[in-house]
Design a protein around this ligand. Sequence first.
Ligand code: ADP
Ligand code: MG
Length: 622
Amino acid sequence: MNAPAETRKFEAEVAQVLHLVTHSLYSHKEIFLRELISNASDACDKLRFESIAKPELLAGDGELRIDVSWDPDARTITVRDNGVGMSRDEVVANIGTIASSGTRRFLEAMSAEQKTDARLIGQFGVGFYSAFVVADRVTVLSRRADLPASEGVKWESDGKGEYSLEQVDLAERGTAVILHLKADEDEFLKPWTLKSLITRYSDHVAFPIRLPLEKDGKPGDEWETVNAASALWTKPKSEISDEDYQSFYKSLGHDFNDALAWTHNRVEGSQSFTTLLYIPAQPPFDLMMGGRDERKGLKLYIKRVFIMDAAEELLPNYLRFVRGVVDADDLPLNVSREILQQNRQLERIKAACVKRVLDLIEKLARDEPEKFTTFYKAFGNTLKEGIAEDATNRERIAKLLRFASTKGEGSAQSVSFDDYIGRMAVGQDTIWYITADSHAAAIGSPQLEAFKAKGIEVLLMSDRIDEWMLGSLNEYAGKKLKNVAKGELALDEADKKQQEEASKAAEPLLKKLKELLGDRVSDVRVSARLTDSPSCLALSDYEMAPHLARLLREAGHDMPESKPTLEINPQHTLLKRVEAEADLGKAGDLANLLLEQAEIAAGAPLPDPAAFVQRMNRVLLG
Ligand code: ADP
Ligand code: MG
């Protein structure tokens, strides 16, 4: 029975996407062709894959291809493929709604920040809608390869909020997208324009893209293949130009810009495979915010047949920014995702991919510092996840990390562990670092004072992931990594002795402070960290930095309350005042303020801000 013709409303998000796409892509309007061809190519890939199990799907029309045509009278452009096609339900699900959560997040961010950056759009699977940048009406005719001719679907919309859906007879399987061009888009009706766009953006699509030869100003009956139509990665490197690599990168989708770098390798042997892996020049929009379930862009081929998007199976999470293809010769063509996940051969391919990517990043660090800086800005924090995730390559990854430092240039993340070790003083066996909320909080931290006084370098870590990463990195190249805020710090024997003496001398003061602060602190002791400031917090070796504990608590995690250890500098005038103050009320104000300023400097929350303000005012009015 025929489903009735009907008109439906787009899902609210689709209407929004349409609006954004048509308004912000205007300066790149020609990309609609690449997007439609890329969908057609995906559809051919899918059919080729399905036909492995069901060869009859290809019956009568075994040569998969994409035909682009124009009609000067009707003012239309048609992109037709003989790929897998769509059923009625699939048309509704794929182009009437936006299924992916990534698109939704993208929308939220776009409307929140009014940041209609065209480059972002291609990364979110909203490619089809780019048709409405140049067309005021789009017709889709589609029939799924495994359905009869009578179950074709006609979808049509002006992109304004509604679409119509109708069952039609379609003799051929696959999909035709017909663009009814807007009044001022006539340039796309010229075969020359279409041809140059195809060779520019879609040359390396693996299926033939054909255009009719022009006859008397109209498309004739003869067709010409206009793209290279070969799998780029199968060619020898010497025959591939940088432009070829870049144009192939863009044909993978999800980025309009050039790739930063790539690595192309063929492994021959008991197990043969080819990898072509790219590092983008900027992060996709959702990389950091839960981009984990949106991993696209690494395609698995087996003997040139596209099998699936398999980023998760082929690369660890911390390299999720990598794009490209892996073509394996020896995997069974009928693999499923479940089989892949336990496949030993795939494990080896995965290890090889990781090695290639790390090799490439090392090469950038060594030979192309500017590119490395670009890379590190975009993906440094993602790479850091590898310290915890990839124990095998931990040392290699650690070598690639860069930090701000008390001996670096401003807040630039440019100092490596090796740089640090190269500058260590004789006898120094520890790599010192501090973690904080921001670079300013790190560099201004009182805990650094003794280090500055002694000229000892401290790495300044202010990315959220740093503290977490350091949980998996206790040493590098045989040197211990230590937080300057942790434990009792005595940098050398002379220090130790001096501190013991100072502690002894300060005993009455320490006792007084402990009484005044009561259960706000777990301990008060003389600090070896301070030279200028009156006080700071110290952490036990296993305690989390206060700024991080605060973040986690704010994010809803149950964090155990721990009382801080207060360290003081008995030489400081404020401490002398506490010591001399006979009025216990006044001494109490001073003691609490000493604790509170240490808490503020460490990024810890003030338990009672109002009380703090009152105390401060009492002292100010003195
Ligand atoms: P993406 O290609 O990133 O998934 P698009 O907006 O370009 O996003 O396409 C949306 C979906 O519509 C595709 O995932 C696919 O399921 C379907 N689709 C689009 N064009 C075709 C086509 N020519 N043949 C079959 N399915 C298609
Ligand atoms: Mg697409």
